[in-house]
Design a protein around this ligand. Structure first.
Ligand code: ADP
Ligand code: MG
Length: 321
């Protein structure tokens, strides 16, 4: 059976063209681009909590990279380097090979070097630290939303949560194509890295939607000291979501479903055409869904303009449901 160092050598050591010293020493050495700040973020994925044991390892590797790239995207930064800390219950080489291929593949597509990590025995846990670069004054912080801003979101909402329902066999059945689309959204999300960078100097504030739209937008509102009015009818829906739209609970999927990894951002009114241009360049649709208000209230309106009551909270690991 391969040991720790065989795993590192065979599965975790990859070319690092943008790095002075990669895997194999006590530390990696990287040089930052002058005039840029480092943007650093860590995300953990724990078996049974963030993913179902038995999840396809290649897709799990992809998702482990994607959730971290998504944080870099939400900051408007350029992703550059990652480290991976991995606890494995046992050495299953086929599993490690597939996981590593999924992880490495998405990183390579974004020009990110895998420069180090740690490998230990333990309950399956994946912890990734990603480092990106951004000119500090152009970073998309949560604090920048101002009254009058439009609220935008990329892609479509709630598909990953719908995918989870499919896996758990809850809710009405979808067509096979719609089911596959939702499973892909759940297990192999697309981080909006190009969009984040295209929004530098354009968006006032941004966050990635990982815990549900209302919860994550709520963090922006808290940080910026403002409120928002959203129009439920304007929320972007996929063809799969449209199949489910009329059934009970579909609104909760779009408003509070986790794992979308879309970007929610605010921008000055009147910047629509520049935003649409940035989104087109980045290859993703964006939709204006509401407005930032000075009054620190959170209003969700239905198609008639009447307020809908919905809790603006998402998933919290330490709060009972
Ligand atoms: P140390 O004992 O100094 O922590 P390790 O023996 O844990 O070093 O790791 C040896 C080298 O292998 C280091 O360069 C480390 O970054 C790298 N490494 C260990 N685990 C991983 C991993 N999961 N992914 C990438 N690199 C790893
Ligand atoms: Mg170590």
């Amino acid at each position: 059976m391969p040991g720790e160092f065989d795993l590192i050598r065979h599965h975790f050591t990859t070319p690092t063209p943008h790095t002075m010293l990669g895997v194999g020493d006590d530390c990696a050495l990287m040089a930052c681009t002058p005039g840029h700040a480092l943007a650093v973020s860590t995300d953990m994925l724990v078996a049974g909590r963030h993913f179902i044991l038995g999840t396809d390892p290649r897709r799990l590797g992809h998702k482990s990279a994607a959730v971290n790239l998504s944080d870099i995207a939400a900051m408007g930064a350029t992703p550059r380097w990652v480290t991976l800390a991995l606890a494995l219950p046992q050495v299953d080489e086929a599993w490690v090979h597939a996981f590593s291929a999924g992880f490495r593949g998405l990183l390579a597509a974004h020009g990110v070097d895998w420069v180090g990590g740690d490998t230990t025995a333990g309950p399956l846990t994946i912890s990734v630290t990603i480092l990106g670069e951004v000119p500090p004054l152009q970073a998309l912080r949560r604090t920048g939303a101002v009254p009058g801003d439009d609220v935008w979101v990329s892609g479509t909402l709630g598909d990953a949560a719908l995918g989870l329902q499919c896996l758990l066999q809850e809710g009405p059945a979808l067509t096979p194509e719609a089911r596959q689309f939702c499973l892909d959204r759940l297990e192999a999300p697309t981080p909006r890295v190009a969009l984040g960078q295209a929004l530098r100097g354009l968006a006032h504030a941004a966050i990635d939607v990982s815990d549900g739209l209302l919860a994550d937008l709520g963090h922006v509102l808290d940080a910026s000291g403002v409120g928002a009015t959203l129009d439920f009818e304007r929320l972007p829906r996929s063809a799969a979501m449209r199949q489910r739209e009329a059934s009970p609970g579909a609104d909760a999927l779009m408003l509070a479903g986790g794992d979308d990894y879309e970007l929610c951002f605010t921008a000055a009114p009147g910047s629509d055409s520049r935003i649409q241009q940035a989104a087109a360049q980045a290859g993703v649709a964006v939709t204006c869904i509401g407005t930032i208000t000075a009054a620190r209230e959170r209003v969700l309106r239905d198609a008639t303009g009447a307020p809908m009551s919905f809790a603006w909270q998402g998933f919290d690991h330490f709060r009972p449901d």
